[in-house]
Design a protein around this ligand. Sequence first.
Ligand code: CMP
Length: 137
Amino acid sequence: METTLVLIKPGGVARNLIGEITRRIEARDLQVAALVLMKADRAIVEEHYGEHREKPFFADVVDYLCSGPVVAMAVTGTNAVKAIRTMMGATNPIEATPGTIRGDFALTIDDNLTHSSSDPEAAARELALWFPEGTVR
Ligand code: CMP
């Protein structure tokens, strides 16, 4: 069993996709282990995107994630990290396969609707950042 972090970014929340994205996750037989709708703290977002600190898009992605409410979700299940990454589709939605969340609902990399942990180590780091109090199940 693995647990991974899913963020529904401000664009996904604004487009009323919380239900659709969560429905797909649960339909896959993955378990929502914690879920919160919040205005993200800037320091947490900067830490979250720490690996991109030197990239030209760092400031923009931090600004974007802080621009409106986000949903943070812990998702548990067999191979949850890979299963969720595959369900979300390619980071750049124009390359995402139809049937994935980005392939069905997104067009641009700046508004690719979701973030999900890239591997189990990233998942552990990101879950500790977004859910310091731990998950519910
Ligand atoms: P995410 O999975 O949240 O991780 C970093 C985010 O930066 C990524 O999704 C994109 O939304 C955003 N981003 C913007 N430009 C780029 C880029 N050129 N390469 C990768 N990610 C980018």
